[in-house]
Write a new protein. Structure first.
Length: 549
């Protein structure tokens, strides 16, 4: 979409008829505010949605040292972005300018508009999505400031958590950024006390845990209800698809995700074989849209909510979250996916987050500029990572144990790799050892046919080998195959844990009312489209199960 077209989508002007319809669809209040009155403050939770009837509303970025105007909403325009629906705190400040008369709508009433007035919903949702895109692409929006060393595992963890959850932020590198010394003095922080997270001129947190950071910015909200119709563990494509369908069909739904929505797919810089997106879509954008859909229909997605254990209280699953928090559900969907196996190589563990990575995004890519980097693996994820990193690095080496990339990677990706001049595939090759001084510096690789050993000087190695299911938290009542993936389907009818008189549904586990979908399920096709389909299908089986109880 061209910049001018994107801007017009982001800032539409509603007609008098549309404004009247909006007021009629919601409990809108007509209010008047004097010049300079702050309608929304950056960092506010549960902020209102405003439509300008007269006067104007100035939108400011107040995360940096001095406020900057983002836009000015005139008559017929409205405030807000996706945070209205996701529950996150406001990114911007909104100030009345002139004698300002507005229609004021609360978040719950706005959700009612989106669900009952489809024409208005299209305009508002498209505007929200386009505004967030403009904000990210502007390069001038500060967001949270993360101050820390590129060699710090905690700095990487905080950056990775914010980036994965699509929270705008600016990283100030302790080693090279000229603003760091002045900011640390202002905050009364020494370099040894970093990483720190700052909001504007205020120090927000010192080396926070992911949960502490999430709670501070409104990403993690308390789970006030103890019983849900459907609890979904895992916020990847399968879990998000199930959340959209379940919530849209009136089920009280919660998604419990330990890190960030999107799963492995959410960390892909480009997905080109997903139906309906002929030019491709990033995993983060796909996850963003799915989260917005799920929130629109009323699903809850607090992050992070890592589930520690599952037990059963009678027929109901009981999920234990960290800090001794528990919830009950009438039905459970296991959609925890899988993660790439860690390299069994001397020195590898010490460099995870310090040069060894299991995703290739802009967060990790900042270390690759002008360097030689290694990508280990022969699947699509490895291919997508290599193509992305090739746009930043001087040279990319793909290491595979076999002798044919076509055996495990989609042909369109292999063709692209072959046409990218700074990518080289090293066949029959494995990593032997790694070394460095707190940060990855060198990697030794060996050609298993020739016995030749090469040493690469590199700041980054990306590993995409194998798949290990996130299923170690499950009790014995949920049967797994010999690789640890969750078993489902009619074959479990003879399981000692199966208590129903009927055979299990296609996606049902060895416990009635507990389902599995996506990569964690035994026999599943490891593709985004397949995971989405299974997540949607699982909701139909949930409805069938509810007919029995």
């Amino acid at each position: 979409m061209a910049a001018q077209e994107l801007h017009s989508v982001a800032f539409p002007v509603l007609s008098d008829t549309q404004i009247a319809a909006l007021a009629g669809c919601s409990a809108a209040s007509l209010k008047r505010y004097p010049d300079g009155h702050v309608l929304v403050k950056a960092g506010d939770a549960h902020f209102k949605f405003f439509v300008v009837k007269s006067g104007s509303i100035e939108i400011l970025d107040e995360w940096g040292d001095t406020p900057k105007r983002i836009t000015l909403h005139q008559k017929g325009q409205f405030t807000g972005d996706v945070n209205h629906l996701t529950g996150k705190k406001s990114l911007v400040t909104a100030v009345a300018r002139g004698d300002c008369e507005v229609y004021e709508i609360a978040t719950d009433a706005l959700r009612q508009v989106l669900n009952q007035c489809p024409d208005l919903a299209d305009i508002i949702l498209q505007a929200f999505i386009a505004r967030r895109q403009l904000l990210r692409e502007s390069g001038s929006f500060t967001g949270l400031r993360v101050i820390g060393s590129r060699y710090s595992v905690d700095t990487f963890r905080i950056r990775d958590f914010l980036a994965s959850n699509r929270v705008p932020f600016t990283w100030l590198d302790l080693e090279v950024d000229p603003q760091v010394d002045q900011l640390l003095k202002r905050f009364g922080v020494t370099p040894a006390e970093t990483p720190v997270v700052a909001f504007g001129s205020q120090l927000l947190l010192r080396n926070p845990s992911n949960r502490e950071l999430a709670e501070a910015i409104g990403l993690r909200q308390p789970l006030t209800e103890k019983m849900y119709d459907l609890a979904i563990v895992g916020g990847g494509p399968a879990g998000l698809a199930a959340a959209v369908y379940a919530a849209s069909e009136g089920l009280n739904t919660v998604v419990l995700e330990r890190a960030a929505p999107g799963g492995q797919a959410g960390r892909s810089m480009r997905i080109e074989n997903y139906l309906g997106f002929p030019t491709g879509i990033s995993g983060g954008e796909l996850a963003d849209r799915a989260v917005l859909q799920a929130n629109r229909f009323g699903a809850r997605l607090p992050v992070p909510t890592p589930v520690q254990t599952l037990r059963f209280d009678g027929a109901y699953p009981v999920l234990e979250i960290d800090r001794a928090e528990t919830i009950n559900a009438k039905c459970l969907l296991i959609a925890t996916g899988a993660e790439y196996r860690h390299l069994d190589v001397p020195g590898c563990q010490a460099f995870e987050g310090r040069g060894v990575f299991y995703a290739a995004t802009l967060n990790e890519g900042s270390l690759c500029k002008g360097a030689e980097v290694l990508v280990v693996g022969g699947g699509n994820s490895a291919g997508q990572a290599a193509v992305f990193v090739a746009g930043l690095a001087r040279r990319v080496y793909i290491l595979i144990r076999g002798d044919d990339l076509y055996k495990s990677m989609s042909s369109y990706l292999v063709h692209r790799i072959e046409q990218t001049p700074n990518i080289e595939v090293l066949y029959n090759t494995e990593v032997r050892a790694m070394s460095g001084d707190g940060q990855l510096r060198t990697v030794d690789v060996v050609n298993n046919k020739a016995g030749e050993v090469r040493t690469f000087t590199t700041p980054a190695l990306f590993s995409f080998i194998g798949a290990v299911p996130h299923a170690d938290w499950l009790p014995p009542e949920i049967e797994k195959d010999d690789k640890g993936f969750v078993r489902t389907g009619a074959g479990l009818a003879q399981s000692p844990h199966w208590t129903a008189r009927r055979a299990p549904f296609l996606l049902e586990t060895s416990r009635p009312g507990v389902f599995a979908a996506g990569d964690v399920r035994s026999g599943s096709v490891k593709r985004v489209a397949s995971a989405v389909g299974e997540g949607a299908m699982a909701v139909q089986f949930v409805h069938e199960y509810f007919k029995e109880i």
